[in-house]
Design a binder for this molecule. Structure first.
Ligand code: HEC
Length: 124
């Protein structure tokens, strides 16, 4: 019995270490650079960038994105579909960007990016 409990713990430990340590693939990073970063720059930085951080959220750095805003993490690592950021661009409980909803393919790109682990290069 004791051994089995220990084994379970080890399996869970290895599993979660592997998922958090997983490096994004080149394709995932390229997806971010082509589809997501430009979108954040154009549609979000005005209020969530170097000059203004509405609700404490910055979307111009990886650290800012991961830290989230006043309501907590914008990215739900366990359930990406339920991420606050995705809810916001889908015009759920909050509506982002406030003035105009993103195009359907932009929202889908964000959903896909989050689902695949929200790849963002370390340094920039
Ligand atoms: C014109 C300014 C403006 C723009 C542009 C904007 N936001 Fe916001 N954002 C806000 C404000 C203000 C809040 C505070 C909540 C509210 O008042 O609805 C907020 C809150 C949020 C929050 C919740 C943060 C928290 O923890 O409370 C998220 C997530 C968010 N915005 C994502 C985005 C995304 C993604 C974009 C771009 C697609 C974006 N926002 C563009 C003004 C803006």
């Amino acid at each position: 019995m004791r051994n089995r409990a220990l084994l379970t713990l080890i399996v869970i430990g290895v599993g979660s270490a592997a998922s958090t340590a997983a490096e994004p693939t080149k394709a995932q990073l390229e997806f971010f650079e082509k589809k997501i970063r430009p979108l954040f720059v154009e549609k979000c930085h005005r209020c969530h960038g170097p000059d203004k951080q509405k609700s404490g959220l910055r979307l111009d750095t990886k650290d800012g994105f991961l830290a989230g805003g006043d309501s907590g993490p914008a990215f739900n690592t366990e359930k990406p579909e339920e991420s606050l950021l995705l809810d916001a661009v889908r015009y759920g409980n909050i509506q982002m960007p406030p003035d105009r909803k993103l195009a359907e393919d932009e929202i889908n790109a964000i959903a896909e990016w989050l689902k695949n682990g929200a790849a963002w290069p370390e340094k920039k």
